[in-house]
Design a protein around this ligand. Structure first.
Ligand code: ACO
Length: 373
C-alpha cells in the first residue's frame, strides 16, 4: 500500500477543463481565462455559460441562455411548503440543503444528469434562500423577476427593492470569483456522488453539506464574527495574539493550494473598499496586516496568506446580506461549478473509490452475546 495522503493533499483525482488553480503563482483561471479578466469584462451568467459550454457566449447565445435561466427561477411544486414547515430558527445552509433535495425530487431529476437540471438548480437557489429569509422575518416570499440579472433578482427577492447598480455589480463580481475552484472539497464531494451514476440532486445536496463546514465555505460569517469581536484596530494586536496563543485558527487565512495570496482576495479587497463603511474597511485591513505578520512569524513553513473568505465577508456585509446568508450566497455561486463538474465527471466516468490502510485490531473471535463480559 502507498503511504496515506492525509486530506488527499497532492493527490490528482481527475482531469478537468473547467478551472485551474496555480497555488505557487496565485493564479486562478476558468476555461483558460484569468479570474480578474472575467470579473472586469463579464457577468455571472456569462461565466455560468462558459462553465457549461466551454466558451464565452456571443450576444445571441447569451440572450437565449438568460431567458432559459430566468424561466427556471420559480420554486418547484411543494418546495414552498417545505420551507414553511421548517422552524424559522433553522440554519439557512440546512434550509438550502433540504430545499435543494426537495426541488430535485419534485422535478423528478433522474439520470442521466443534464445541463437543464444544472441550470434549474442554479436558477432556483436564490429563490430558495430569499424565500426562507422572508418567511423567517414574517414576510411573504416574492415572485422572481425575469427582467433582472441573476444577482439583482436575488437582492430583489430578499428586500423587495430593485438594487442599485453598484450593489448588483459588487455581488456579480463576488459570484464570478467564487463560481469554480478546481478540486475543492465540495466539488470533490459532488464528483464522488456523480461517479456512482447517482442523480444531479444528490450530487448537489452532498456538495452543499461539504461547503457548509468552517474549513471550507462556512468561514465568511466567522470572519465577520472575528472582526466584530475585535471591534477596533487598536484591539487587533491583543486579540490576535491571544487567539494564536490559544491555538485558534484565524478564519480567512490559509489555503491547501495557495502558497501566496489568493487572487480572489486581491479583487475582493478592492471591492470591499468601495462597498464597506470606511471604519469597517480600516479595521479589516489592520486585522489582515497583523494576522499575516503574526502567522508568518509563528508558522513560516506553512506560508499562510489571506484566502477568499476574508474579504468575501466584507463584500457581502457591504452588499447588505445578513451574516448567516454569506455561505448560502457562496453556494448560489458555486452551484454553477458543481453542476459543470458533475456533467464533466459523467462524460468520462470511472467510479471514485479510493483505498484506506486498516489500522484496527486483527484476528478477533466473535463470541455469542451472553458470553461477552
Ligand atoms: N490560522 C492559524 N493557523 C493556521 C491557519 C489559520 N487560518 N491555517 C492553517 N494553519 C496552521 C495549522 O494550525 C497547521 O499548523 P501546524 O502544522 O503547526 O499544526 C498548519 O498551518 C497547516 O494546517 P493544515 O490544517 O494542515 O492545512 P490545510 O491545508 O489542511 O488547511 C485550511 C487549509 C483548512 C483552509 C486552513 O488554512 C484553515 O483552517 N483556515 C481557516 C479556515 C478558512 O479560512 N477556511 C476557508 C478556506 S477557503 C475556502 O474553502 C473557500
Amino acid at each position: 500500500m502507498p503511504p496515506v495522503a492525509k486530506g488527499l493533499e497532492g493527490v490528482v483525482v481527475a482531469d478537468t477543463a473547467l478551472s485551474e488553480v496555480d497555488g505557487e503563482n496565485g493564479r486562478l483561471t476558468y476555461v483558460g481565462y484569468q479570474i480578474a479578466d472575467l470579473a472586469n469584462h463579464t457577468t455571472f451568467e456569462e461565466v455560468v455559460y462558459l462553465l457549461m459550454h466551454g466558451h464565452l457566449p456571443n450576444r445571441g447565445e447569451l440572450a437565449e441562455f438568460n431567458v432559459s435561466l430566468a424561466s427556471r427561477r420559480a420554486l418547484p411544486p411543494g418546495v414552498l411548503d417545505v420551507l414553511r414547515a421548517l422552524p424559522v430558527t433553522t440554519e439557512p445552509m440546512d434550509v438550502l440543503r433540504t430545499a435543494a433535495s426537495a426541488a430535485s425530487a419534485s422535478l423528478h431529476f433522474t439520470t442521466p444528469v443534464t445541463i437543464e437540471q444544472g441550470m434549474t438548480l442554479i436558477a432556483v437557489f436564490p429563490t430558495i434562500v430569499a424565500a426562507f429569509d422572508r418567511i423567517r422575518r414574517g414576510l411573504e416570499p416574492l415572485a422572481p423577476r425575469a427582467d433582472l440579472s441573476h444577482p439583482a433578482n436575488y437582492l430583489y427577492l430578499l428586500t423587495g427593492e430593485v438594487p442599485s447598480e453598484q450593489r448588483t455589480k459588487a455581488l456579480d463580481i463576488y459570484l464570478i470569483l467564487t463560481a469554480d475552484h478546481s478540486m475543492n472539497a465540495s466539488t470533490f464531494a459532488a464528483r464522488v456522488i456523480a461517479s456512482t451514476l447517482s442523480d444531479m440532486g444528490s450530487a448537489i445536496v452532498g456538495a452543499i453539506g461539504a461547503l457548509k463546514g468552517p474549513l471550507h465555505g462556512g468561514a465568511p460569517a466567522l470572519v465577520l464574527d472575528m472582526l466584530k469581536q475585535i471591534g477596533t484596530p487598536e484591539n487587533a494586536e491583543a486579540w490576535l495574539t491571544n487567539a494564536l496563543d490559544h491555538g485558534v485558527r484565524l478564519m480567512g487565512f490559509g489555503h491547501r493550494v495557495y502558497k501566496t495570496e489568493d487572487p480572489r482576495a486581491k479583487v475582493l479587497r478592492k471591492l470591499a473598499e468601495s462597498t464597506s463603511e470606511i471604519d469597517f474597511f480600516r479595521l479589516a485591513t489592520r486585522v489582515e496586516d497583523l494576522a499575516l505578520e503574526m502567522l508568518h512569524a509563528r508558522k513560516p513553513q506553512n506560508r499562510l496568506y489571506t484566502n477568499v473568505e476574508f474579504y468575501s465577508a466584507a463584500v457581502m456585509h457591504g452588499v447588505g446580506l445578513p451574516d448567516d446568508l454569506f455561505t448560502p450566497t457562496f453556494a448560489l455561486s458555486r452551484v454553477s461549478g458543481w453542476t459543470a463538474h458533475v456533467l464533466e465527471q459523467v462524460k468520462d466516468n470511472r467510479l471514485i473509490r479510493p483505498s484506506s490502510t486498516y489500522v484496527g485490531p486483527l484476528d478477533l473471535v466473535a463470541v455469542p452475546l451472553d458470553q461477552r463480559p
